[in-house]
Design a protein around this ligand. Structure first.
Ligand SMILES: CC(C)(COP(=O)(O)OP(=O)(O)OC[C@H]1O[C@@H](n2cnc3c(N)ncnc32)[C@H](O)[C@@H]1OP(=O)(O)O)[C@@H](O)C(=O)NCCC(=O)NCCSC(=O)C[C@](C)(O)C(=O)O
Ligand SMILES: [Mg+2]
Length: 363
């Protein structure tokens, strides 16, 4: 909400005839947001067959699309969206940044042509609430003109130091705000971090075990010592998670650029999942399975969560289960897991089978 806006106006449409803003952002499964370049004929050809295999398909118009292909990407996305039935799969786009020569045409082309199919518009390089307010009003005008009956949601990428500093006001800038993703490559450049990768760790960012003392009690600085690599993105992701939770919207990890290193990709995704993110990006088809696996609670976790819920009865008090204390607060954590499992089971038959089997075993 902007400083001068009254609370009663926050949920009013920003243009006459625009759809009424949502008061709650639906928790639609979005474990993988799969990026494709609509101007790349090989990638575009694969999209219809990917419907139903991934939670979100995102037509990317920004970075990774060549400047000469910007118009082709925009028009390619319109064409794909018009001729594809997306069924349960969400369709998102990432428009060009607001200071680029393409962002205005992206919005004025996409909303009238495919606004009824677009679930979420991802806005890159968001600096503060003013960027969201600009998109918010423009979308309301375009939605009204196009006669749309549901609002298109907005997702911001955090990829500047100013964006991170303003993360709470960005999340609360509009009822359209659906979530945030980390943009580690641009953010690293903007912060002058000394990395050259697209997300993931760095072997130089570590802590080292203390030096041991020898038999004479003298510190041996030459002895071998274990080192532990740390997560460069912990601080930013933790800030995103809190800002999103505070505003009832959803945090996502972002890109993992080392497509070949599927193991480290899975680790990075899992850190984000454990910290509270609901999903991540997939840049290559092989990252979809990794994201789906990581962002779906394991059968063991769901089984445990259901046992705690059953043991806790009315949800108050404390009980012992397998030698551990469970109480109101541990139950709440378990319910997060149980609810997520229910949402995912509703769209993923394989998971439904796996989660349903728990019921049979514990019956
Ligand atoms: C990495 C690349 C170049 C490797 O592309 P490739 O063709 O060399 O890979 P491949 O393994 O040879 O591909 C095998 C097959 O899969 C296809 N394919 C490959 N990728 C996809 C895809 N995404 N969707 C659908 N199909 C895909 C590809 O066309 C090929 O088809 P074929 O078998 O018919 O020959 C390619 O995967 C790609 O361009 N991916 C998307 C990259 C992208 O969107 N980057 C932007 C997001 S990250 C970012 O912007 C940063 C951020 C947030 O802003 C910030 O941190 O600041
Ligand atoms: Mg970027």
């Amino acid at each position: 909400m902007s400083g001068s806006q009254s609370p009663k106006d926050f949920f009013r449409p920003l243009a006459v005839g625009a759809p009424t803003p949502l008061t709650d952002i639906p928790a639609r499964p979005s474990r993988a947001i799969h990026f494709f370049d609509p101007s790349n004929p090989k990638m575009a050809a694969k999209i219809p067959d990917m419907v139903g295999t991934v939670d979100v398909l995102l037509g990317n118009l920004e970075d990774a699309v060549k400047a000469d292909n910007k118009v082709a990407a925009r028009e390619g996305l319109v064409e794909i969206a018009q001729r594809t039935d997306f069924g349960p799969t969400q369709l998102w786009t990432r428009i060009n940044s607001l200071d680029s020569p393409w962002a205005l045409d992206d919005l004025t082309t996409l909303v009238p042509a495919i606004g009824d199919k677009l679930d979420v518009i991802m806005v890159p390089k968001v600096q503060g609430a003013e960027d969201i307010h600009y998109v918010d009003r423009l979308l309301a005008q375009l939605e009204a003109k196009a006669g749309l009956d549901r609002p298109i949601l907005v997702h911001a990428i955090l990829e500047t130091a100013r964006g991170v500093a303003n993360v709470e006001e960005i999340c609360g800038a509009s009822p359209r705000m659906q979530g945030l993703s980390l943009g580690p490559a641009d953010l690293a450049a903007d912060r002058r971090m000394k990395t050259t990768r697209v997300g993931g760790g760095h072997p130089g960012y570590l802590v080292r075990q203390d030096p041991p003392r020898n038999d004479l009690g003298v510190t041996d600085y030459d002895a071998p010592r274990a080192t532990y690599q740390q997560d460069l993105w912990h601080y930013t992701i933790a800030r995103m998670v809190d800002a999103c939770a505070m505003h009832g919207i959803y945090p996502y990890y972002g890109p993992f650029g080392d497509i070949t290193d599927v193991v480290a990709c899975e680790d990075q995704f899992r850190n984000a999942f454990l910290l509270g993110c609901v999903g991540t990006w997939s840049l290559h088809p092989k990252q979809i399975a990794i994201a789906n696996r990581v962002f779906s609670p394991s059968v063991e976790d769901v089984a445990h969560a259901r046992r705690v819920a059953a043991a806790m009865g009315d949800g108050t008090g404390a009980v012992m289960l397998d030698g551990k204390m469970e109480d109101d607060a541990s139950l709440k954590q378990c319910l997060v897991m149980v609810e997520l499992a229910e949402q995912l089971a509703a769209i993923d038959p394989e998971l439904k089978k796996a989660y349903d089997a728990i019921e049979v075993e514990s019956a």
